[in-house]
Design a protein around this ligand. Structure first.
Ligand code: ATP
Ligand code: MG
Length: 392
Protein backbone atom coordinates (compact mmCIF):
# COMPACT_ATOMS: atom_id res chain seq x y z
CA UNK A 1 0.00 0.00 0.00
CA UNK A 2 2.79 2.43 0.85
CA UNK A 3 5.19 3.97 -1.64
CA UNK A 4 6.18 6.97 0.44
CA UNK A 5 7.10 8.13 3.89
CA UNK A 6 6.52 11.52 5.38
CA UNK A 7 9.45 12.29 7.66
CA UNK A 8 8.73 14.52 10.63
CA UNK A 9 11.38 16.48 12.45
CA UNK A 10 11.04 18.67 15.48
CA UNK A 11 13.93 20.65 16.80
CA UNK A 12 15.19 21.58 13.35
CA UNK A 13 12.02 23.63 13.06
CA UNK A 14 13.35 26.23 15.48
CA UNK A 15 16.61 26.90 13.68
CA UNK A 16 15.65 30.19 11.99
CA UNK A 17 17.77 31.22 9.04
CA UNK A 18 19.97 28.14 9.23
CA UNK A 19 17.03 25.80 9.06
CA UNK A 20 17.75 24.75 5.49
CA UNK A 21 21.19 23.47 6.54
CA UNK A 22 19.55 21.11 9.02
CA UNK A 23 16.89 20.01 6.56
CA UNK A 24 19.48 19.36 3.89
CA UNK A 25 21.57 17.32 6.35
CA UNK A 26 18.51 15.31 7.29
CA UNK A 27 17.72 14.65 3.61
CA UNK A 28 21.33 13.58 3.11
CA UNK A 29 21.32 11.22 6.11
CA UNK A 30 17.95 9.72 5.17
CA UNK A 31 19.30 9.06 1.66
CA UNK A 32 22.38 7.35 3.07
CA UNK A 33 20.27 5.19 5.41
CA UNK A 34 17.86 4.16 2.67
CA UNK A 35 20.76 3.63 0.28
CA UNK A 36 21.88 0.71 2.43
CA UNK A 37 18.72 -1.33 1.84
CA UNK A 38 17.23 -2.93 -1.27
CA UNK A 39 15.13 -0.60 -3.37
CA UNK A 40 15.53 2.89 -4.83
CA UNK A 41 14.31 5.91 -2.95
CA UNK A 42 14.08 9.54 -3.78
CA UNK A 43 14.27 11.87 -0.79
CA UNK A 44 13.43 15.56 -0.99
CA UNK A 45 12.15 18.45 1.05
CA UNK A 46 9.09 20.41 0.10
CA UNK A 47 7.59 23.30 2.03
CA UNK A 48 8.78 22.30 5.49
CA UNK A 49 8.30 18.60 4.93
CA UNK A 50 10.62 15.78 3.98
CA UNK A 51 9.42 12.95 1.80
CA UNK A 52 11.03 9.63 0.91
CA UNK A 53 9.43 8.12 -2.17
CA UNK A 54 10.15 4.58 -3.30
CA UNK A 55 11.01 4.28 -6.98
CA UNK A 56 10.98 0.50 -6.89
CA UNK A 57 9.80 -2.38 -4.72
CA UNK A 58 11.15 -2.33 -1.18
CA UNK A 59 10.76 -4.06 2.14
CA UNK A 60 8.61 -1.93 4.43
CA UNK A 61 10.16 -3.05 7.74
CA UNK A 62 13.67 -2.57 6.40
CA UNK A 63 12.89 0.97 5.28
CA UNK A 64 11.34 1.87 8.63
CA UNK A 65 14.32 0.37 10.45
CA UNK A 66 16.74 2.39 8.30
CA UNK A 67 14.89 5.65 8.95
CA UNK A 68 14.54 4.94 12.66
CA UNK A 69 18.35 5.20 12.91
CA UNK A 70 18.51 8.68 11.38
CA UNK A 71 19.00 11.36 14.02
CA UNK A 72 16.74 14.36 13.53
CA UNK A 73 13.70 12.27 12.68
CA UNK A 74 10.94 12.27 15.30
CA UNK A 75 8.26 10.54 13.28
CA UNK A 76 8.09 8.23 10.29
CA UNK A 77 4.67 8.30 8.68
CA UNK A 78 3.88 5.67 6.06
CA UNK A 79 2.06 7.77 3.51
CA UNK A 80 -0.54 7.29 0.82
CA UNK A 81 -0.18 10.13 -1.62
CA UNK A 82 -2.84 10.74 -4.25
CA UNK A 83 -3.69 13.27 -6.94
CA UNK A 84 -6.62 15.55 -6.32
CA UNK A 85 -9.51 14.06 -8.31
CA UNK A 86 -12.28 15.63 -6.28
CA UNK A 87 -13.69 14.92 -2.84
CA UNK A 88 -15.57 11.73 -3.78
CA UNK A 89 -12.38 10.15 -5.03
CA UNK A 90 -10.53 11.30 -1.88
CA UNK A 91 -13.21 9.76 0.34
CA UNK A 92 -12.97 6.50 -1.57
CA UNK A 93 -9.19 6.43 -1.13
CA UNK A 94 -9.41 7.22 2.58
CA UNK A 95 -11.91 4.40 3.09
CA UNK A 96 -9.69 2.01 1.16
CA UNK A 97 -6.76 3.14 3.29
CA UNK A 98 -8.55 2.58 6.58
CA UNK A 99 -9.80 -0.80 5.44
CA UNK A 100 -6.28 -1.99 4.63
CA UNK A 101 -4.52 -0.44 7.63
CA UNK A 102 -7.06 -1.39 10.34
CA UNK A 103 -8.59 -4.84 9.85
CA UNK A 104 -10.33 -4.44 13.22
CA UNK A 105 -12.87 -1.64 12.80
CA UNK A 106 -13.92 -1.48 16.41
CA UNK A 107 -11.96 1.75 16.92
CA UNK A 108 -12.46 5.40 17.71
CA UNK A 109 -11.17 7.93 15.22
CA UNK A 110 -10.94 11.55 14.29
CA UNK A 111 -10.24 13.18 10.95
CA UNK A 112 -7.63 15.92 11.02
CA UNK A 113 -7.60 17.82 7.74
CA UNK A 114 -5.12 20.55 6.86
CA UNK A 115 -5.51 22.61 3.77
CA UNK A 116 -2.40 24.43 2.64
CA UNK A 117 -3.94 24.91 -0.82
CA UNK A 118 -6.70 27.37 -0.11
CA UNK A 119 -8.50 26.90 -3.44
CA UNK A 120 -9.72 23.46 -2.39
CA UNK A 121 -13.55 23.63 -2.42
CA UNK A 122 -13.98 22.51 1.22
CA UNK A 123 -12.20 24.06 4.17
CA UNK A 124 -10.55 21.95 6.86
CA UNK A 125 -13.59 21.86 9.16
CA UNK A 126 -15.86 20.84 6.29
CA UNK A 127 -13.47 18.08 5.25
CA UNK A 128 -13.35 16.77 8.84
CA UNK A 129 -17.13 16.64 9.11
CA UNK A 130 -17.87 15.27 5.66
CA UNK A 131 -15.07 12.70 5.71
CA UNK A 132 -16.09 11.60 9.22
CA UNK A 133 -19.62 10.96 7.96
CA UNK A 134 -18.40 8.93 4.98
CA UNK A 135 -16.16 6.82 7.20
CA UNK A 136 -19.03 6.10 9.61
CA UNK A 137 -21.18 5.11 6.62
CA UNK A 138 -18.53 2.71 5.34
CA UNK A 139 -17.58 1.24 8.74
CA UNK A 140 -20.49 1.32 11.18
CA UNK A 141 -18.30 -0.19 13.94
CA UNK A 142 -16.06 2.85 14.04
CA UNK A 143 -16.87 5.74 16.36
CA UNK A 144 -15.83 9.35 16.41
CA UNK A 145 -13.85 10.61 19.39
CA UNK A 146 -12.42 14.07 18.87
CA UNK A 147 -10.58 14.20 22.21
CA UNK A 148 -8.88 10.83 22.55
CA UNK A 149 -9.16 8.92 19.29
CA UNK A 150 -7.36 5.63 18.75
CA UNK A 151 -6.79 6.59 15.14
CA UNK A 152 -6.07 10.07 13.89
CA UNK A 153 -6.56 10.23 10.16
CA UNK A 154 -4.49 13.03 8.72
CA UNK A 155 -5.50 14.46 5.39
CA UNK A 156 -3.23 17.14 4.01
CA UNK A 157 -4.36 19.00 0.95
CA UNK A 158 -1.25 20.20 -0.81
CA UNK A 159 -0.42 19.99 -4.52
CA UNK A 160 -1.00 16.31 -3.97
CA UNK A 161 -3.01 14.92 -1.09
CA UNK A 162 -1.34 13.09 1.80
CA UNK A 163 -3.20 10.48 3.79
CA UNK A 164 -1.59 8.99 6.90
CA UNK A 165 -2.43 7.91 10.40
CA UNK A 166 0.51 5.95 11.74
CA UNK A 167 3.45 7.81 13.22
CA UNK A 168 6.36 5.51 13.99
CA UNK A 169 8.74 7.19 16.46
CA UNK A 170 12.17 8.20 15.17
CA UNK A 171 15.30 8.54 17.33
CA UNK A 172 15.05 12.35 17.71
CA UNK A 173 18.18 14.49 18.00
CA UNK A 174 19.84 16.42 15.19
CA UNK A 175 21.08 15.15 11.83
CA UNK A 176 24.69 14.01 11.87
CA UNK A 177 26.91 16.50 10.08
CA UNK A 178 25.35 19.62 11.59
CA UNK A 179 27.56 19.93 14.67
CA UNK A 180 31.15 19.25 13.68
CA UNK A 181 33.18 16.27 14.78
CA UNK A 182 34.36 14.79 18.09
CA UNK A 183 36.62 11.88 19.02
CA UNK A 184 35.28 9.09 21.21
CA UNK A 185 37.52 7.12 23.55
CA UNK A 186 35.92 3.78 22.85
CA UNK A 187 36.62 0.86 25.15
CA UNK A 188 34.87 -2.47 25.10
CA UNK A 189 32.65 -1.49 28.04
CA UNK A 190 29.02 -0.50 28.33
CA UNK A 191 29.44 3.21 28.84
CA UNK A 192 31.57 4.55 26.02
CA UNK A 193 29.41 3.25 23.11
CA UNK A 194 26.42 4.88 24.81
CA UNK A 195 28.39 8.12 25.21
CA UNK A 196 29.27 8.07 21.50
CA UNK A 197 25.66 7.45 20.56
CA UNK A 198 24.47 10.33 22.73
CA UNK A 199 26.88 12.91 21.33
CA UNK A 200 26.28 11.73 17.79
CA UNK A 201 22.57 12.17 18.47
CA UNK A 202 23.18 15.91 18.74
CA UNK A 203 24.42 15.95 15.15
CA UNK A 204 28.11 15.38 15.85
CA UNK A 205 30.12 13.17 13.52
CA UNK A 206 32.43 10.83 15.45
CA UNK A 207 35.84 9.23 15.19
CA UNK A 208 37.00 6.74 17.80
CA UNK A 209 40.24 5.78 19.52
CA UNK A 210 40.79 2.40 21.14
CA UNK A 211 43.83 1.61 23.29
CA UNK A 212 44.89 -1.91 22.73
CA UNK A 213 47.49 -3.68 24.90
CA UNK A 214 48.54 -6.91 23.22
CA UNK A 215 49.26 -9.56 24.42
CA UNK A 216 47.43 -8.51 27.62
CA UNK A 217 44.36 -7.73 25.59
CA UNK A 218 43.42 -10.21 22.90
CA UNK A 219 42.42 -9.91 19.26
CA UNK A 220 38.93 -10.81 20.42
CA UNK A 221 38.86 -7.79 22.73
CA UNK A 222 39.81 -5.62 19.77
CA UNK A 223 37.20 -7.26 17.53
CA UNK A 224 34.64 -6.52 20.21
CA UNK A 225 35.47 -2.81 20.01
CA UNK A 226 35.19 -2.93 16.21
CA UNK A 227 31.79 -4.60 16.60
CA UNK A 228 30.68 -1.92 19.05
CA UNK A 229 31.82 0.81 16.68
CA UNK A 230 29.79 -0.90 13.97
CA UNK A 231 26.67 -0.83 16.14
CA UNK A 232 27.13 2.84 16.99
CA UNK A 233 27.79 3.62 13.31
CA UNK A 234 24.30 2.39 12.47
CA UNK A 235 23.24 5.70 14.00
CA UNK A 236 26.29 7.92 13.65
CA UNK A 237 27.37 6.96 10.15
CA UNK A 238 30.91 5.75 9.32
CA UNK A 239 33.41 5.85 12.19
CA UNK A 240 37.14 6.10 11.65
CA UNK A 241 38.57 3.92 14.42
CA UNK A 242 42.18 4.46 15.53
CA UNK A 243 43.60 1.41 17.25
CA UNK A 244 46.58 2.50 19.31
CA UNK A 245 49.08 0.01 20.69
CA UNK A 246 49.34 1.05 24.32
CA UNK A 247 51.33 -1.86 25.74
CA UNK A 248 54.72 -0.24 25.96
CA UNK A 249 53.37 2.92 27.60
CA UNK A 250 51.30 0.95 30.05
CA UNK A 251 54.22 -1.32 31.03
CA UNK A 252 56.51 1.65 31.42
CA UNK A 253 54.09 3.46 33.73
CA UNK A 254 53.59 0.22 35.67
CA UNK A 255 57.32 -0.07 36.05
CA UNK A 256 58.05 3.50 37.14
CA UNK A 257 55.03 4.85 38.98
CA UNK A 258 53.21 3.87 42.18
CA UNK A 259 50.70 1.18 41.31
CA UNK A 260 47.80 2.86 43.03
CA UNK A 261 48.25 5.80 40.63
CA UNK A 262 48.57 3.67 37.52
CA UNK A 263 45.03 4.04 36.24
CA UNK A 264 44.99 7.82 36.59
CA UNK A 265 48.35 8.25 34.90
CA UNK A 266 47.35 5.86 32.15
CA UNK A 267 44.09 7.73 31.61
CA UNK A 268 46.05 10.99 31.30
CA UNK A 269 48.19 9.49 28.55
CA UNK A 270 45.15 8.08 26.82
CA UNK A 271 43.61 11.53 26.75
CA UNK A 272 46.81 13.07 25.39
CA UNK A 273 47.08 10.54 22.58
CA UNK A 274 43.37 10.71 21.76
CA UNK A 275 43.72 14.47 21.58
CA UNK A 276 46.51 14.10 19.05
CA UNK A 277 44.24 12.16 16.70
CA UNK A 278 41.33 14.47 17.42
CA UNK A 279 43.32 17.52 16.37
CA UNK A 280 44.75 15.72 13.36
CA UNK A 281 41.23 14.90 12.16
CA UNK A 282 39.67 18.27 12.90
CA UNK A 283 37.65 17.12 15.90
CA UNK A 284 36.49 19.81 18.29
CA UNK A 285 36.18 17.67 21.41
CA UNK A 286 36.79 14.33 23.10
CA UNK A 287 34.03 12.02 24.32
CA UNK A 288 34.26 9.53 27.20
CA UNK A 289 31.85 7.24 29.00
CA UNK A 290 32.84 8.46 32.45
CA UNK A 291 30.24 8.75 35.18
CA UNK A 292 30.87 10.34 38.57
CA UNK A 293 31.73 7.82 41.25
CA UNK A 294 31.38 4.70 39.12
CA UNK A 295 34.94 3.54 39.77
CA UNK A 296 38.04 4.93 41.49
CA UNK A 297 39.18 6.67 38.32
CA UNK A 298 35.86 8.47 38.04
CA UNK A 299 35.60 10.32 41.34
CA UNK A 300 35.45 14.09 40.89
CA UNK A 301 39.10 14.24 42.04
CA UNK A 302 40.14 11.58 39.51
CA UNK A 303 38.20 13.23 36.72
CA UNK A 304 39.90 16.53 37.53
CA UNK A 305 43.30 14.84 37.37
CA UNK A 306 42.49 13.18 34.05
CA UNK A 307 41.00 16.31 32.61
CA UNK A 308 44.02 18.40 33.53
CA UNK A 309 46.01 17.23 30.48
CA UNK A 310 43.25 18.01 27.97
CA UNK A 311 43.14 21.16 25.91
CA UNK A 312 40.00 20.25 23.95
CA UNK A 313 36.60 20.17 25.63
CA UNK A 314 35.76 16.70 26.95
CA UNK A 315 32.15 15.64 26.51
CA UNK A 316 30.95 13.19 29.14
CA UNK A 317 27.29 12.70 28.33
CA UNK A 318 26.68 9.98 30.96
CA UNK A 319 28.46 11.86 33.74
CA UNK A 320 25.36 12.01 35.96
CA UNK A 321 23.71 8.78 34.86
CA UNK A 322 23.22 5.80 37.13
CA UNK A 323 24.62 2.57 35.68
CA UNK A 324 21.12 1.24 35.05
CA UNK A 325 20.21 4.33 33.01
CA UNK A 326 23.28 3.74 30.85
CA UNK A 327 22.40 0.05 30.51
CA UNK A 328 18.89 0.99 29.40
CA UNK A 329 20.29 3.02 26.51
CA UNK A 330 22.82 0.30 25.68
CA UNK A 331 19.92 -2.15 25.41
CA UNK A 332 17.95 0.26 23.24
CA UNK A 333 20.81 0.79 20.79
CA UNK A 334 21.76 -2.89 20.85
CA UNK A 335 25.33 -2.51 22.16
CA UNK A 336 24.72 -4.15 25.54
CA UNK A 337 25.09 -7.80 24.52
CA UNK A 338 28.41 -7.06 22.85
CA UNK A 339 29.65 -4.89 25.73
CA UNK A 340 29.17 -7.62 28.31
CA UNK A 341 31.24 -10.22 26.44
CA UNK A 342 33.92 -11.12 28.98
CA UNK A 343 37.09 -10.07 27.16
CA UNK A 344 39.62 -8.33 29.33
CA UNK A 345 40.36 -4.66 28.69
CA UNK A 346 43.69 -2.97 29.19
CA UNK A 347 42.69 -1.33 32.45
CA UNK A 348 41.75 -4.53 34.23
CA UNK A 349 45.03 -6.29 33.54
CA UNK A 350 47.15 -3.94 35.62
CA UNK A 351 44.56 -2.57 37.94
CA UNK A 352 45.78 -1.97 41.50
CA UNK A 353 44.12 -3.54 44.53
CA UNK A 354 43.69 -0.15 46.17
CA UNK A 355 43.77 2.58 43.51
CA UNK A 356 43.75 6.19 44.68
CA UNK A 357 40.28 7.65 44.79
CA UNK A 358 41.30 11.20 45.64
CA UNK A 359 44.44 11.76 43.58
CA UNK A 360 46.35 14.93 44.26
CA UNK A 361 47.33 16.49 40.99
CA UNK A 362 50.76 17.59 42.23
CA UNK A 363 51.58 14.09 43.41
CA UNK A 364 50.46 12.64 40.09
CA UNK A 365 52.59 15.12 38.20
CA UNK A 366 55.55 14.34 40.43
CA UNK A 367 55.14 10.61 39.71
CA UNK A 368 55.07 11.38 36.00
CA UNK A 369 58.49 13.06 36.22
CA UNK A 370 59.89 9.55 36.70
CA UNK A 371 58.91 8.75 33.16
CA UNK A 372 61.68 10.87 31.50
CA UNK A 373 61.87 11.52 27.75
CA UNK A 374 61.39 7.81 27.11
CA UNK A 375 57.66 8.35 27.36
CA UNK A 376 57.68 10.93 24.54
CA UNK A 377 59.39 8.45 22.25
CA UNK A 378 56.81 5.82 23.23
CA UNK A 379 53.93 8.18 22.50
CA UNK A 380 55.46 8.95 19.12
CA UNK A 381 55.77 5.22 18.40
CA UNK A 382 52.20 4.60 19.46
CA UNK A 383 51.02 7.37 17.15
CA UNK A 384 53.16 6.21 14.25
CA UNK A 385 52.06 2.59 14.48
CA UNK A 386 48.33 3.32 14.78
CA UNK A 387 46.04 1.01 12.87
CA UNK A 388 43.10 2.75 11.20
CA UNK A 389 39.88 0.82 10.65
CA UNK A 390 37.06 2.41 8.68
CA UNK A 391 33.94 1.12 10.36
CA UNK A 392 30.58 1.21 8.59
P1 ATP B 1 33.28 1.73 29.63
O1 ATP B 1 32.11 0.90 29.94
O2 ATP B 1 33.00 2.80 28.68
O3 ATP B 1 34.51 0.92 29.32
P2 ATP B 1 34.18 1.91 32.33
O4 ATP B 1 33.16 2.06 33.34
O5 ATP B 1 34.81 0.59 32.10
O6 ATP B 1 33.60 2.49 30.97
P3 ATP B 1 36.83 3.06 32.57
O7 ATP B 1 37.43 1.79 32.14
O8 ATP B 1 37.28 3.76 33.78
O9 ATP B 1 35.25 2.99 32.70
O10 ATP B 1 36.98 4.07 31.40
C1 ATP B 1 36.40 5.32 31.43
C2 ATP B 1 36.35 5.86 30.02
O11 ATP B 1 37.67 5.93 29.48
C3 ATP B 1 35.60 4.95 29.06
O12 ATP B 1 34.23 5.23 29.07
C4 ATP B 1 36.24 5.28 27.76
O13 ATP B 1 35.71 6.47 27.21
C5 ATP B 1 37.69 5.52 28.14
N1 ATP B 1 38.51 4.28 28.01
C6 ATP B 1 38.81 3.39 28.96
N2 ATP B 1 39.57 2.38 28.49
C7 ATP B 1 39.77 2.66 27.19
C8 ATP B 1 40.46 2.00 26.12
N3 ATP B 1 41.11 0.85 26.30
N4 ATP B 1 40.43 2.56 24.89
C9 ATP B 1 39.75 3.71 24.69
N5 ATP B 1 39.09 4.37 25.64
C10 ATP B 1 39.08 3.86 26.89
MG1 MG C 1 36.12 0.17 30.49
Amino acid sequence: MYKSFLIKYAEIGIKGKNRFLFEDALVRQAKIALGKIDGDFEVHKESGRIYANAQSDFDFDEAVDALSHVFGIVGICPLVQIEDNGFDDLAEQVIKYIDAEYPDKNKTFKVLARRSRKNYPLDSMEINVEMGARILDAFPDMKVDVHNPEIEINIEIRNKINIYSRIIPGPGGMPVGTAGKATLLLSGGIDSPVAGYMISKRGVQIDAVYFHAPPYTSERAKQKVVDLAKKVSKYSGPIKLFVVNFTEIQMYIYDKCPHEQLTIIMRRYMMKIAEHFAKQEGSLGLITGESIGQVASQTTQSLAATNEVCTLPVYRPVIAFDKQDIVDIALKIDTYETSILPYEDCCTTFVAKHPVTKPNINIIKKSETRLSEEIDRMIEDAINTVEIIEVE
